[in-house]
Design a protein around this ligand. Sequence first.
Ligand SMILES: Cc1cc2nc3c(=O)[nH]c(=O)nc-3n(C[C@H](O)[C@H](O)[C@H](O)COP(=O)(O)O)c2cc1C
Ligand SMILES: Nc1ncnc2c1ncn2[C@@H]1O[C@H](COP(=O)(O)OP(=O)(O)OP(=O)(O)O)[C@@H](O)[C@H]1O
Length: 314
Amino acid sequence: MNSAAEFAGLDCAALPPRPVHLAIGMFDGVHRGHRTVIEAAVTSARQAGGVAAVLTFFPHPSAIFRRDDCTQLILPAAAKRRVLETLGVEAIITEPFTPEFSQIPAEEFLPLLRAKLPRLAGIYVGENWRFGRGRRGDAALLVREGRAGGISVFTAARVSWDGKPISSTRIRSLLVKGDVAAANKLLGYAYFAEGVVKPGKRLGRQLGFPTLNLDWAPECRPALGVYAVEVRGIDGRDRRNAVANFGLRPTVEPGATEPRLEVHVLGDCPFGEGDALLVDWRQFLRPEVRFAGVEQLQAQIARDRDAAAAFFAR
Ligand SMILES: Cc1cc2nc3c(=O)[nH]c(=O)nc-3n(C[C@H](O)[C@H](O)[C@H](O)COP(=O)(O)O)c2cc1C
Ligand SMILES: Nc1ncnc2c1ncn2[C@@H]1O[C@H](COP(=O)(O)OP(=O)(O)OP(=O)(O)O)[C@@H](O)[C@H]1O
């Protein structure tokens, strides 16, 4: 897998001197719909000997337009980058979404891109993408202006699942309900967490269920509870089936406010403190519960382990 060059805005003179094929959008989650846009840019760039680039924005526009109800991002920046790289993206340009940027009139957007990216050859967006002040710009405007300026504009048809368009919003609402199995179908890959194993209270070992503890805090939090997961080293090594709790551990840590991801590997565990891991979420098993005592917790974790093993054996 290639690693993508990152640029903190459109002033990116260090882009390789080749024609730029630019996919544009927030791309939070990099779901199946986003992929049709990005893959079109990657394919054209490869055919034309160009650079496959993504123009994305930070923060999410809601940080300006809906300050009291800001969108909670599915993927932290590093995870988004990881997924974009798997698609063959070579450059990620993250333009700061400032109040000034949000006021650029739609008609000035393409001229701005051409001024900043003189080798711009193609633009790739979804057919419903809107841009510019008041979201007045649409794909038709890009196509018109692109034609006049010799820039090809590709608009992807909306990708649906179960008869409804796929969107980041739809995936967020599945995750907060814990429905990772459905979220994974819309994403087109397994929702994942990445983090470094931290020391725990070592109670898990006494309970007979040692856990790998990850500090991991996405903005959009999946439902607290127990999940069947697969864990592997950050480089892909040693994939193992596991059962995980994403929660506050109310039975043993009353009053905790920060959720933690605790992973119990089924069978031998090749990982330990300090290891950087990727955790792929497969199936919600149950919500987190406050038990009367550790014996009840222990008995339930044994059932969780069996439920996860049954899930992987299905
Ligand atoms: C599969 C699994 C399910 C768990 N379910 C719960 C639960 O429902 N309620 C709870 O308070 N803690 C739950 N825990 C968290 C345990 O309390 C925690 O793993 C244990 O205290 C060990 O903590 P340590 O890693 O800091 O030693 C669960 C842990 C695992 C691995
Ligand atoms: N289902 C889809 N099919 C094809 N293209 C899509 C789809 N959803 C979004 N796109 C395109 O991908 C790019 C990024 O879109 P954006 O991140 O705003 O989408 P979204 O998933 O609808 O997000 P949100 O739900 O937060 O509005 C845009 O060019 C958009 O038109």
